[in-house]
Design a protein around this ligand. Sequence first.
Ligand code: NAG
Ligand code: NAG
Length: 138
Amino acid sequence: MGNIRSLLSLFLVSVFVSTSAAAVGLAKQGDHKKKPLATIHVMNAIPNPIRLHCSSGQKDYGEEVVHAGAEYQIGVEENASSYSCDALWGGLWFANWNAFRPHKDGSRKAVFWLAKSDGVFHSWDNSTWVKEMVWLPF
Ligand SMILES: *[C@@H]1O[C@H](CO)[C@@H](O)[C@H](O)[C@H]1NC(C)=O
Ligand SMILES: *[C@@H]1O[C@H](CO)[C@@H](O)[C@H](O)[C@H]1NC(C)=O
């Protein structure tokens, strides 16, 4: 009887240990594939396509053509890292800006950028816009 009891408790202990190990493993895995901290939206309100290129300290997102009326998105994955974008309009006009500034945008879930003919505008709510950059000759 004593033997069976100790075998049973050994079994229960090992089940407990292995399930907690599995739970820790899952939590680690979950941390690794975490949701973006915020989303950067870049919308093109110019009647022509723009060539957009964004990068962070660690990642280059490459160049994308954003057509008139289209929206481009990037998930912010690095805490305390700046994201910058530059855009080329018609091969004639150029703008570049800090698309995500940790000290300013850090607590926001979304940062919106709107490319218009008279400049590039910033918003946190996709409705109140502040012009931050003008187009410069390329
Ligand atoms: C990101 O950093 C800020 C401080 O710079 C901190 O308050 C916040 O909790 C951090 N967020 C994550 C998800 O690490
Ligand atoms: C931002 O606003 C525009 C125009 O109202 C809308 O088309 C777009 O879907 C909005 N984007 C998001 C992410 O809310």
